[in-house]
Design a protein around this ligand. Structure first.
Ligand code: FAD
Ligand code: NAP
Ligand code: SF4
Length: 694
């Protein structure tokens, strides 16, 4: 009893208040940095959105960050800004090098502060990853993912670059930032200095490990000298390079200690160089897959440590901190998906969070294609000044036919704006094709989107009518109709297409058809790849089993191997089936898959021994198997038990004609509007924009 009483007396007030009220006590306790406090342990990680380079981009960035500050993020880190023009990621990318930049950034920092937030500027020098011919690096060695060969910095150039980093930090302070993050990971310039493979210098910044890490240490020291003691300096440290000749663990620990001594306030976790061929943030990566790496460093240093990668829900974030893996968690993309992530978690409304499904389709794929970033599940992201869901002046009674991603999005946003919405679907559950997508190994996150949508329908009082296949007569009496009826799979003409061994992807993924051991897949689009992953998966999806996933990709869980991977064999379970995937087009199979994820799908299927055959002409399906003419014009036959057709989709708009005849006004969205190369990103975006206007 006495011990209990004393315990209560000695818990600091600030902690007790925070910890007693929330389901996530660790996540929502303050972090005292000595000269300042962060209100919680959630850091919004750095993302380049391409707003940085837009006309009036800083105004838009201010609104973007302002909403996230209002949503409760403890500390925001901006996208990367270069300390000089050589460090640009691409020509004319953002820099922090003069008073003009200071003035522009002030609007961002002022807005974030008005919203009660804190913000740090990320200083990033791209080194040999820079996409321009004037790039520099420790040595003249070209990156495998970049067409430009860098120039080696002279010793004077290295010192000038260190000063440039420090000057940028000082300018950031002038611009009102609360701190800076020095980008030392992901294979950018600082990382290139640290690792022998990219640093062949013979001066004071090359050779021994001690020499190679002088570059980041001097950057932190100089920056600290210039900004004073009461300014946050985060150092993003590459804790697991995931390249064969990366740092070993002893080197990582040594560097972390030196960075602490040099004056950093927080160390953030970096995992994997961009050129590494191991996925680090894609949807198939297990949640919090790399928190154990940060945890290993925890006992070695005394400043706060932040962990990152595939943390997207509050229970995961809380557990990571409760387990002692880190003091803070960094999430970037989850703040695109939901600006109010923190607010909702604090209110214990995690079921209302619009979860980042780690698809990369509207964020990283856009960034790397020079398009404005956004979010597949939240089209408002980075469009905050142009896409808003204001209350409607004219309330309407609207029927939405089809509860796939398009219909769901339209229904809840239009209802939120004040319209009366009835949502019909022929199936017994909402979700449309997402109910097939969520069954694919590695796409388990798609469940979350459906959970979010279902909650939004409830909150916005949408009348949901399932098991109701609607015809035009059912829609009389509505002011307007939204046709969101999706697609039907394309039927193809090949002799023997009626053979019992022929199945569609719907038979396999929805109707649980029995599939034999040897399978031919016709069509190598997104669905052909997904079906092949589904059919080859033996046992549980490794996305749900961290240890198995690390084994599968050849990552050393002991972290003794150099770079975390050197000499470690991948371990692949024998595939459940022998799958061969075909396409008629010659060239790379899966060429149209996502820019940042296509290689992961191709690699996964190669690991599962899926054969990919391009440039074919199909001739016949019979008892023997699939007959085709190969790209050398030679007839071939693939013996197989089943042929699964994944040959694309066509729009399902059977309601269009009868509604026209009845004179009922309608809109068509999603797959029903356009099936060719349609994906959920376009379907949701189109639905949200219509719902904002209707
Ligand atoms: P759908 O999802 O097709 O929904 C249409 C709905 O309308 C259905 O529920 C149907 O039952 C209902 N309906 C039709 N007619 C009627 C009627 N008369 N009355 C009542 N209800 C009706 N996209 C991505 O962007 N990324 C991915 O990773 C991805 N993976 C996928 C994986 C698989 C296996 C599949 C099959 C698809 C995947 N997609 C992916 C595609 C994505 O699911 C579609 O782009 C998206 O579902 C289209 O949304 P929609 O609302 O237009 O149509
Ligand atoms: P898709 O990407 O258009 O691919 C269709 C495939 O069928 C192509 O490989 C095409 O290759 C083949 N094909 C087309 N017409 C054919 C015909 N008449 N006979 C034989 N083969 C034919 O469509 P999908 O795979 O059905 O995917 C549907 C949508 O869902 C797409 O928009 C896709 O982006 C999206 N999706 C995305 C993902 C993702 O991970 N991002 C995953 C799944 C689905 P050839 O013409 O060369 O034969
Ligand atoms: Fe996450 Fe996909 Fe949105 Fe990017 S586009 S933030 S990965 S849900």
């Amino acid at each position: 009893m006495l011990a209990f009483g004393l315990f209560i007396i000695f818990i600091p007030n600030q902690k007790r208040n925070n910890m007693s009220t929330n389901k996530y006590p660790h996540l929502f306790s303050e972090l005292d940095l000595g000269f300042t406090k962060l209100k919680n342990r959630v850091l919004m990680g750095s993302m380049h959105t391409n707003l940085e380079e837009e006309i009036n981009g800083f105004q838009k960035l201010a609104t973007f960050y302002g909403e996230r500050a209002r949503g409760g993020a403890g500390l925001i880190v901006t996208g990367g800004f270069a300390p000089n023009w050589e460090g640009w990621l691409k020509p004319f990318a953002g820099r922090m090098t003069n008073q003009g930049h200071v003035k522009k950034h002030k609007i961002v920092t002022d807005t974030v502060h008005q919203e009660g937030g804190k913000i740090a500027l990320q200083i990033l020098h791209a080194g040999r990853y820079a996409y321009h011919p004037l790039s520099v690096a420790p040595s003249r060695i070209q990156a495998p993912i970049n067409p430009f060969k860098p120039r080696a910095l002279t010793t004077w150039g290295v010192r000038r670059t260190i000063n440039d980093f420090a000057s940028s930090a000082a300018l950031a302070r002038e611009a009102g930032y609360d701190g800076v993050e020095i980008m030392g990971s992901e294979g950018y310039l600082i990382n290139q200095f640290i690792v022998k493979h990219t640093n062949k210098r013979t001066d004071a910044y090359g050779g021994s490990y001690e020499n190679r890490i002088k570059f980041p240490i001097e950057i932190i020291q100089k920056a600290r000298e210039k900004v004073g003691k009461d300014f946050i300096i985060i150092y993003r440290l590459s804790m697991l390079d995931l390249i064969e000749d990366g740092s070993n663990w002893e080197e990582v620990v040594h560097l972390a200690k030196e960075i602490e001594k040099a004056g950093a306030t927080i160390i953030n976790t970096g995992i994997g160089w961009h050129e590494a061929r191991i996925p680090t943030i894609a949807t198939s990566v297990p949640r919090a897959a790399f928190a154990w790496v940060t945890q290993k460093l925890k006992s070695e240093i005394s400043i706060p440590l932040c962990t990152s990668n595939r943390i997207n829900m509050p229970d995961v974030a809380e557990q990571v901190i409760a387990d002692g893996c880190a003091d803070m968690i960094s999430m970037a993309r989850p703040f695109l998906a939901d600006e109010n992530w923190v607010k909702k978690a604090m209110a214990e409304k995690a079921d209302e969070i619009n979860t980042c499904i780690a698809c990369n389709q509207a964020c990283l794929d856009h960034t790397f294609s020079n398009k404005l970033s956004s979010c597949l599940v939240n089209p408002r992201a980075c469009h905050e000044t142009t896409l808003n869901y204001h209350p409607s002046n004219q309330k309407k009674k609207i029927a939405v036919v089809g509860a796939g991603p398009a219909g769901l999005t339209f229904a809840h946003i239009a209802a939120e704006r004040g319209h009366t919405i009835t949502l019909f679907d022929a199936e017994s559950e909402i979700g449309g094709q997402f109910n097939m997508a969520k069954r694919i190994p590695g796409k388990e996150e798609f469940f979350e989107t459906l959970r979010y949508m279902k909650k939004q329908l409830e909150l916005n009082k949408v009348d949901v009518q399932l098991n109701k296949k609607v015809n035009a007569d059912d829609l009389k009496g509505f002011d307007e109709v939204v046709i969101a009826t999706g697609i039907t799979p394309r039927t193809i003409q090949i002799e023997g297409i009626e053979h019992p061994k022929v199945l569609s992807y719907i038979d396999v993924l929805k109707n649980n058809a029995t599939v034999g051991k040897r399978v031919a897949v016709i069509g190598a689009g997104g669905i052909g790849f997904d079906v092949s992953e589904f059919l080859t998966q033996a046992g549980e999806s490794t996305t749900l089993n961290k240890a198995e996933w690390l084994r599968e990709w050849g990552i050393d869980p002991e972290n003794k191997a150099r770079g975390g991977v050197a000499g470690i064999q991948q371990h692949i379970e024998t595939p459940a089936r022998q799958v061969t995937m075909f396409q008629r087009t010659d060239g790379k199979v899966g060429a149209k898959l996502g820019k940042t994820t296509g290689w992961i799908h191709r690699t996964t299927l190669k690991m599962k021994k899926v054969k990919m055959v391009a440039g074919v002409e199909y001739t016949k399906i019979d008892e023997e198997g699939l007959h085709y003419i190969d790209k050398n014009k030679t007839p071939q036959v693939l013996p197989c038990d089943n042929v699964v057709i994944c040959a694309g989709q066509i729009s399902q708009r059977a309601l269009e004609q009868p509604l026209t005849e009845l004179g009922i006004p309608f809109h068509i969205i999603g797959g029903a509007y356009e099936a060719g190369e349609l994906d959920a990103k376009r379907a949701i975006d189109q639905a949200a924009r219509l719902a904002a206007e209707v």
